[in-house]
Design a protein around this ligand. Structure first.
Ligand code: SF4
Length: 200
């Protein structure tokens, strides 16, 4: 049998940074450690961390935890999760990927400025849920051609478009084209309002 080695393998920068930080916390003797969702989509790593005392929890578990350090993974979380952690008196280590944090800051700022936030991505993906959690008021998540065609922009608001970091670039371009055809008097989508936030 021939075995070919892939040119690249391993974790992306954001996930590697998050996993490394959890191992550092273990070395520092921090205990107990919890991660909000699995730190990586890799069962071997998650199970190794479990053996070392790191438990995976979900957002709804936060109020029941009395002590410990919670790690916010690279996908990031919405503002209300930080509030829940503070209300529970838990310390936390935030390893949200800087590229995701950048999107949080964009949607926070632009939604506060009164713009209509449109996110291209999967509404069930934790990263997208986290991004939605930084929008003042509502936002719209579009993931398909059909959804974008059926979407009716708010005629009174300037739109601001961002994308899930792992969204397909060709799909992004396709959906942008559809959106750009939807023009209103005061609501023209221009290049300044469309931010390609897909990760390299
Ligand atoms: S934004 Fe990019 S580097 Fe960061 S976690 Fe996502 S894929 Fe990885």
């Amino acid at each position: 049998m021939k075995v070919k080695t892939a040119k690249t393998a391993g974790f992306c920068f954001g996930v590697k940074r998050a996993v490394d930080r959890v191992y550092e916390l273990i070395e520092e003797g921090v205990s107990p450690i919890y991660t909000l969702g699995p730190i990586i989509h890799n069962e071997e790593v998650v199970s190794d961390l479990e053996k070392k005392g790191v438990s995976v929890i979900q957002e709804e578990d936060i109020p029941g935890i009395r002590k410990g350090t919670v790690v916010i993974r690279s996908h990031g979380v919405g503002r209300e999760v930080y509030e829940k952690l503070k209300a529970a008196g838990l310390s936390f280590v935030d390893v949200t990927c800087p590229f995701v944090l950048k999107i949080h800051r964009i949607v926070e700022r632009e939604s506060r400025a009164g713009k209509q936030i449109i996110i291209f991505g999967d509404p069930d993906h934790p990263e997208v849920k986290g991004i939605c959690g930084w929008c003042e008021g509502s936002c719209t998540v579009l993931r398909s051609r059909e959804e974008t065609e059926n979407f009716v922009p708010d005629p009174d608001k300037i739109p601001c478009v961002v994308s899930q970091t792992t969204f397909n670039y060709n799909k992004f371009k396709e959906l942008v084209e559809i959106l750009c055809k939807k023009r209103y008097d005061n609501n023209v989508l221009n290049i300044d309002n469309i931010l390609n936030t897909i990760c390299n």
